[in-house]
Design a protein around this ligand. Structure first.
Ligand code: CP
Length: 318
């Protein structure tokens, strides 16, 4: 059992499957009229968000509350970070307040690792997105969603073809997904303009392509990525229109997928840029389902990391 969740690469196949199975059990257990389990009563989870977030922050908060933990949500905006307080002093403050787990999102790649390994805190650390590096719980919720559609929910993703498209360079979602999907046996292809593929991508455990139509043909799933304009300090493509024409997903392109092929997007979406509204809201889209699954997967992560395992069976069955 791992102590922190910092990278999707921390998870071997058994650990990843165990989290996904736990998420499934928790989804069933909280599908009843009473959504709360008493599992983390008396424990404190701090959401430490130095970067903006809607889905991740809210779903971690919902996940911790459904497990009956006390939740403190800390947003850098409006805190003493704006007065220059360091990550170390913030961590020491949280430790002094008795936090048991810290869910951290930070603009600096490696921030979650630093927090976990520094000795500043004894808390469990969960990486909720660090710079352009990793977003492991997003990869887990994506794998949960893929499993639900492509393997009847129980098996793994052996041999399933998943295409990840767009701004791979700035995407922590892409990095974590490539690592986790490879662990689960999927065949991953990343596609994007050469300027938005990172140096060294050929060393990643996936195929690389610049030809979206070819990669999509017969694939089981496509994951469209947001173009991260806020991380771009140069022109990476000629125009938004040209990007959409070459790398955007419209209805015609989506029809190249396998007959039951699905469309994922981690959100937030740039509708009309990397994905048309017609596809985002269309029958192949599982975007809203991803958000729901995110709560169950994050419950499972907190549940397992915070040492609540032995109680699950009896609670899920009661
Ligand atoms: N997918 C994701 O991380 O979304 P938020 O930035 O809204 O948390």
């Amino acid at each position: 059992m791992i102590r922190h969740l910092l990278s999707a690469g921390d998870l071997d196949r058994d650990e990843a499957i165990a989290i996904l199975d736990t998420a499934g059990e928790l989804a069933r257990a909280t599908g009843r009229s009473v959504k709360k389990l008493p599992t983390l009563r008396g424990r404190t989870v701090v959401n430490l968000f130095y970067e903006d977030s809607t889905r991740t922050r809210i779903s971690f908060e919902a996940a911790a509350k459904r497990l009956s933990a006390d939740v403190i949500t800390f947003s850098a905006k409006g805190s003493s970070v704006s007065k220059g307080e360091s990550l170390k002093d913030t961590a020491l403050t949280l430790e002094a307040m008795g936090a048991d787990a810290v869910v951290v999102r930070h603009s600096a790649s490696g921030a979650a690792h630093r927090l976990a390994m520094s000795g500043w805190t004894d808390c469990v650390v969960v990486n909720a997105g660090d710079g352009t590096h990793e977003h492991p719980t997003q990869a887990l919720l994506d794998a949960y969603t893929l499993r639900h559609h492509l393997s009847d929910g129980a098996g793994d993703l052996q041999g399933r073809r998943v295409v990840i498209v767009g701004d791979i360079l700035h995407s922590r979602v892409a990095r974590s997904n490539v690592l986790l999907l490879e662990t689960l046996g999927a065949e991953v292809t990343v596609v994007g303009p050469p300027t938005l593929l990172p140096v060294g991508v050929e060393g990643w455990p996936c195929s690389v392509s610049y030809d979206l139509d070819n990669a999509l043909t017969g694939a089981d799933a496509v994951m469209m990525l947001r173009v991260q304009n806020e991380r771009m300090n140069a022109a990476y493509f000629p125009s938004a229109r040209e990007y959409s024409r070459r790398y955007g997903l419209d209805r015609h392109r989506a029809e190249l997928l396998a007959p039951d092929g699905i469309v994922l997007h981690p959100g937030p979406m740039n509708r009309g840029m990397e994905i048309t509204a017609e596809v985002a809201d269309g029958p192949r889209s599982v975007v809203v389902e991803q958000v729901t699954n995110g709560v169950h997967v994050r419950m499972a992560v907190l549940y397992r990391l915070m040492g609540a395992l032995p109680e699950l069976e009896s609670e899920a069955g009661s």
